[in-house]
Design a protein around this ligand. Structure first.
Ligand code: ZN
Ligand code: ZN
Length: 426
């Protein structure tokens, strides 16, 4: 009878694990931690019962001891496995499936995009569709390194990210700003606050100490994270250029106050998973225009990059944005993207652009999905920019080069001397 009760407990524990894993998909961080603890608890209950039912009446003490040890090691391994598995279901990873009705509707819209390729496959008797967004000019793979070499590079980055002296910064009380003043505040990396002609815009805000699912890399350089989301006044339009962790940060997006979120196709699924009201999410395809006021527009434009929140690449779109104000002031926000002819096409289509925000990297080899300083300058010229603000630097260690964090700033400053460009130092 007792044995029967124990197996009932075991069965219940297993059912609990399965239910929890399903529930985790819709939970917030606190629930996630509680559920993970519950999974661990249930598993130990299960092991205790297995152990008891097998050896309750055994006289073989040595065998009992060995099994006890094996049970402990086994339970530890399975618990770690379950915890990692459960971690991947936490909301900060965003949405990875398009199963329920709103997501299926989103998927239908994504499939209409000329930049989206749909692949069909049959899995377990069910037809599955997989979407994949594509660049106008495909990416070329990195030539430099094997997987082992890349692991070594990652280790170098992890070690060296601590060796940075505090980064100087100037903090502004954004609540004290005159709403009529035109202001741009750069927070390091790609995060920017723009107040222009009565509208408040925020681009790719990341105020967390770490911008990845790994808790220790890449860490914000000392002194580079001086603002908190609570110090940002309510934003009219939050613009997210793509779903990479250094551009779309769960904690920051959860804490910021904003009226609308503008993002490329599919990224809204992540925002919904973060808990953002779907009614305020505006998803855009390349070459679409959003009107945000009288003669005030935001254009969603191509970029040469890729997306990935967890394992699967290119399930959501990536983009650059161009904002045109009622006084015809134009600001281009490049997000991430390698150099190609798209910049010249945008420059030709929209004419002179007053300010361009472009990534300015310092990588050990040219990359087709990011730009080095020489390409940044060329892209700014192609865009017919009057002024350039180089970004995607000064916060996270992304390059294995031994140059200091300010090297790309010095370099682009030197390069800009030969150009008719008004370089805007931070
Ligand atoms: Zn990126
Ligand atoms: Zn990035």
């Amino acid at each position: 009878m007792a044995k029967k009760t124990e197996w009932k407990e075991t069965l219940l524990a297993f059912i609990a694990i399965v239910v929890i894993i399903f529930l985790l998909k819709r939970s917030d961080s606190t629930r996630f931690i509680l559920f993970s603890l519950w999974v661990i608890f249930c598993f130990f209950v299960f092991l205790r019962n297995v152990y008891k039912s097998n050896f309750k009446n055994s006289s073989d003490k040595t065998r009992l001891e060995t099994t006890r040890k094996n049970s402990f090691v086994g339970s530890l391994i399975v618990t770690i496995f379950f915890s990692i598995f459960a971690y991947f279901f936490s909301p900060k990873f965003g949405e990875s499936s398009f199963g329920d009705l709103p997501q299926r509707m989103r998927l239908e819209r994504m499939k209409q995009s000329p930049h989206c390729k749909v692949r069909c496959r049959r899995s377990k008797g069910v037809n599955e569709e997989k979407v994949e967004f594509q660049n106008i000019h495909p990416l070329t793979p990195s030539t430099s390194s094997s997987k082992w070499e890349r692991l070594k590079q990652l280790w170098k980055l992890i070690k060296e990210q601590k060796n940075v002296a505090p980064i100087p910064s100037q903090k502004t009380d954004l609540f004290a700003l005159d709403k009529g003043a035109d202001v741009l505040v750069w927070f390091g990396h790609s995060s920017c606050f723009i107040q222009i002609e009565g509208k408040r815009i925020m681009i790719d805000p990341v105020f967390s100490e770490v911008s990845s699912p790994i808790p220790f890399f890449p860490k914000a350089f000392p002194g580079s994270n001086v603002y908190k989301p609570a110090e940002i006044p309510e934003i009219d339009y939050l613009i997210i250029t793509h779903d990479h962790w250094d551009h779309l940060d769960y904690e920051t997006v959860r804490k910021l106050k904003f009226k609308h979120a503008v993002c490329p196709l599919g990224v809204g699924a992540h925002l919904e998973r973060f808990g953002i009201d779907p009614a305020i999410i505006l998803e855009m395809d390349w070459h679409e225009t959003l009107t945000i006021g009288k003669d005030f527009t935001i254009h969603c434009l191509p970029a040469r990059h890729y997306s990935r929140r967890l394992f699967t690449r290119n399930q959501t779109l990536w983009a650059s944005f161009l904002m045109e104000t009622p006084s015809s002031f134009k600001i281009f926000m490049g997000g991430n993207g390698g150099y190609d002819s798209t910049f010249a096409e945008i420059g030709t289509k929209f004419g002179e652009i007053d300010l361009v925000l472009l990534e300015n990297g310092n990588y050990s080899e040219p990359l087709s999905w990011h730009m080095q300083s020489e390409e940044t300058i060329q892209a700014a010229e192609d865009l017919r920019a009057k002024a350039l603000l180089p970004v995607h630097i000064a916060k996270f260690k992304l390059s294995t080069s031994d140059d200091p964090w300010y090297f790309p700033l010095d370099k682009i400053f030197e390069l800009s001397k030969t150009k008719i460009l008004n370089f805007s130092p931070p």
